[in-house]
Design a protein around this ligand. Structure first.
Ligand SMILES: [Zn+2]
Length: 484
């Protein structure tokens, strides 16, 4: 028997129907719910809604950050700071660069740290210059136009002897630079301690040599007019000293603008901005302005000349130049050694009265004709009492010593005379003058084929004489007025 089929057949049928309906209902619900879910949610993911979707939440950390204006400004400031400090460092202004970097904490980053480290290292690498050999070269105003200077008139021979051309000077600068020379301020080679003049320690990078450049008679004398020289110095709108040639400012008319431009290009050629020393007389004014002959000009011109002299002097000092006294008269009695006490008092008196008010005080005396007056000579005592405790002569040895509480320095003339007649003097310290000699000078014939460079001889340390040697005295091309 099949017992199950027979136990409550009617009741068992109703319960089965209820269960079946429940199952069907659940199935339907599941289908409908699944369908709704599919259409509402699943379809959306497949087909983008034409309606705008809520934007995705903004990421607080943008992937590609755009610096804000504040950060951009800091970046620009930092770049300017780095550039400025690199330039300062090239010119040996280490302390100034270090101070700037240290005082800009808000701009500090690994770049500024690296530069600070580098500059501290350079400062630590400066060493005292211990050689007794000093280097001082001098020029007169440069010849721009050789055809006019060497035109065969009575001045030509003097120009050939005592002058240097623009091309020669321009060729010398890179040779001096490559030779390890660094322009150094003459005033910074000495100091006064407890009233005593002494040599001051010179600090330079290992192997570098201090070089002083001076230029005599930066007066643009009347006799030079029309002979191929600049007319006068002036100042451009940026404070640069320029040469005036045919009434127009130029940057290649004499030592000053040429050296300024070279240092701009090679800042490490100048220790802390030093350039050179300009020696001027008084008897035909200063820098091309006839300020000691004012009575020859109308009132407007007088004022213009005085203003210009002061403007040029200020601009020179601001750009690393010293101004020195080259005596007022440059009279022959200086070199003939016949100058009396009255005459020397008159000479320096006029310098102080008629020139100093417009060019400023100076303690540098660049002797006319390079003549030497030393301790034991009342004329030297007078010069010293007038405040000249730096005294420059002309000596190819460039001997430098302190005597009688005065700092004496000999200078070598890099002019036609030395280049042609005493080339070994220049070659011993600087370069072969044949490499720079202007072919437009009378009698200069250069070899067509380059010659094999000589093997440089071992430099001989010059003996320092106990007594100063008598300087070689190149005469000036023309002799100045003979005032009392
Ligand atoms: Zn002179």
């Amino acid at each position: 028997m099949y017992r199950g089929k027979h136990v409550a057949p009617s009741n068992g049928g109703k319960i089965g129907k209820v269960i079946a309906w429940t199952l069907v209902s659940l199935l339907l619900l599941a289908l409908v719910g699944g369908g709704i879910y599919y259409f509402v949610f699943m379809k959306q993911t497949e087909t983008p809604s034409p309606l705008p979707v809520d934007p995705a939440p903004v990421d607080p950390q943008p992937v590609d950050p755009q610096p804000g204006p504040a950060e951009l400004e800091r970046k620009e400031k930092r770049e300017a700071l780095l550039k400025e400090c690199e330039a300062l460092s090239l010119g040996y202004f280490y302390d100034e660069a270090i101070e700037k970097l240290e005082s800009c904490a808000d701009l500090q980053n690994e770049e500024t740290d690296a530069l600070l480290e580098e500059i501290r290292g350079k400062k630590d690498a400066l060493v005292p210059y211990e050689s007794t050999q000093y280097y001082h070269i001098f020029f007169h105003s440069l010849i721009m136009d050789t055809a006019k200077a060497f035109d065969g008139d009575y001045d030509s021979k003097g120009y050939d002897l005592y002058m240097t051309t623009v091309d020669e000077f321009s060729a010398m600068l890179p040779l001096l630079y490559e030779g390890g020379f660094v322009l150094y301020d003459l005033k910074d080679m000495m100091e006064v301690v407890d009233g005593q003049v002494q040599k001051k320690t010179i600090y330079l990078p290992e192997g570098k040599k201090p070089l002083v450049i001076s230029v005599d008679d930066v007066n643009y004398y009347d006799y030079m007019q029309g002979d191929g020289f600049a007319e006068r110095l002036d100042v451009d709108e940026n404070g640069n000293v320029v040469t005036i040639v045919d009434g127009n400012p130029t940057y290649d008319g004499d030592v000053v603008p040429l050296l300024d431009a070279f240092v701009k290009e090679h800042p490490d050629f100048s220790y802390r901005g030093a350039k050179g020393t300009l020696a001027i007389t008084g008897y035909e004014g200063a820098f091309g302005y006839r300020i000691t002959d004012l009575h020859l000009y109308d009132e407007e011109t007088q004022k213009w000349m005085l203003d210009k002299t002061m403007e040029v002097s200020d601009a020179l000092r601001a750009t690393g130049w010293n101004i020195a006294c080259h005596s007022y008269t440059h009279n022959q009695y200086w070199t003939e050694r016949t100058i009396t006490m009255n005459q020397i008092q008159y000479d320096i008196g006029r310098w102080k009265r008629d020139v100093v008010p417009y060019v400023g005080e100076t303690n540098i005396f660049i002797a006319p004709f390079g003549v030497y007056y030393g301790p034991g000579d009342a004329r030297f005592d007078f010069l010293l009492s007038e405040g000249f405790n730096i005294y420059c002569t002309v000596e190819a040895s460039m001997n430098t010593r302190v005597l009688g509480n005065c700092f004496f320095q000999g200078r070598m003339n890099l002019d036609g005379w030395t280049m042609k007649d005493y080339p070994e003097r220049i070659e011993k310290h600087f370069f072969d003058p044949m490499d720079v000699l202007d072919e437009n000078r009378p009698g200069v014939v250069k070899p067509a084929e380059p010659i094999e460079p000589d093997v440089p001889a071992e430099p001989i340390e010059p003996a320092v004489p106990d007594e100063p040697i008598e300087p070689i005295e190149p005469a000036e091309p023309t002799e100045p007025t003979t005032e009392p």
